[in-house]
Write a protein that binds this ligand. Sequence first.
Ligand code: FAD
Length: 362
Amino acid sequence: MKKEVIIIGNGIAGITLAVLLQRKNIPFVILHREEEKQSFALGETLPPTAMLLLHELQLLSVFEENAYRKTYGYHSMWGSSKVTDINFFHQNPYKNGLKINKQQTLAQLQAAVKEHTVSYQKGFEIIHSAHGNTVILAKNDGIKIVQGKILVDATGRNRAVLKKLKVESTIHDELVAVSCHIPKIKHPKLTHEVYVESFKEGWGIVSALNETENICSLFTDVGNEILPKLKDASQWKSTLAETTYLKDFLTEDTTTKVKGGNANSSVATQIAGINWLALGDAAMSFDPLSSHGITNAIYTSAKALEAIEKKLNVADVKAFPEYAETLQSVFKQYLQSKDLVYQQETRWKDEVFWKRFFITGS
Ligand SMILES: Cc1cc2nc3c(=O)[nH]c(=O)nc-3n(C[C@H](O)[C@H](O)[C@H](O)COP(=O)(O)OP(=O)(O)OC[C@H]3O[C@@H](n4cnc5c(N)ncnc54)[C@H](O)[C@@H]3O)c2cc1C
């Protein structure tokens, strides 16, 4: 099989790029690794600023139709024991964000590019040269060879293509997340259904997923003494007994499953090469505090499309380096603003989790 573009990874970043390439009639293939594990719904929140980007890319209706609901603001207890109400009413032009149903949104987008999708089960190898890329897929019924001028890493935090190309990552912290679905509770003191609260060893977010469930994610660092207790949801309520409202949402049910994973800030040391590029979390991954992971996946897909068009249509050799430069500058700005947000929480500035944000020159 020969195509102009080979995309590996079909999360939001890979699928968005596939949909955009399809609209431009650029031949592509998206390689889909069949997973045995059921995916876990994180119920990501999109801020109002993402609505404009989705609108411009004519993707807003797909995200809206499949969303759990619109969000009109959130509450946070960060930096003091006072609850802040962030209302989107003053945002323009969109006065709402979205609580997305990623699995359902992906299923609709994946169906749109189904005929360009190749599934495999057992991994892939890459033969990469300045003249093109060959990907060898290991399937249950043998191997399949796919060739393409441009190779795209959309494998999220795994950075599976980058690893094979021997591109390393710069890791900025060791943040990890533990998440679980818990019965929905409408808190009597909160009106919005998204709530963030910081605590001595990290921070947590709880939000309504649907009519019956909330999703709660807690964030701390690898090695923090609280982490072993957070791996067991039945210990969350006792472990976070000193929180103000967060504890009210938690369950002591011993059957609730906890899903853990990396949530740190990191960036690939090289985001694009002569005929390959990375997008979404594979290029740069954000702390979920920013609520910008999905926006980043969509934004980088749109930027990647521009770079790919320039490369294929007018052989523009600057297109990929410029793409990489743009993303690096976005990541630099993101890091600065993220640290400023963490620095607003001064109550525990001497604690292991928080003190790194107060080291001069960090
Ligand atoms: C706890 C938590 C909460 C979050 N909350 C928010 C939020 O509120 N708002 C927000 O915007 N973002 C949030 N995010 C971030 C957001 O989920 C990600 O930034 C976003 O999903 C990244 O999309 P992606 O397509 O780049 O990567 P992914 O979604 O990771 O997709 C990667 C795809 O590649 C596939 N893949 C992986 N490895 C391989 C391989 N070796 N071979 C082939 N395929 C492979 C995967 O199966 C997957 O389909 C949160 C993240 C976490 C951890």
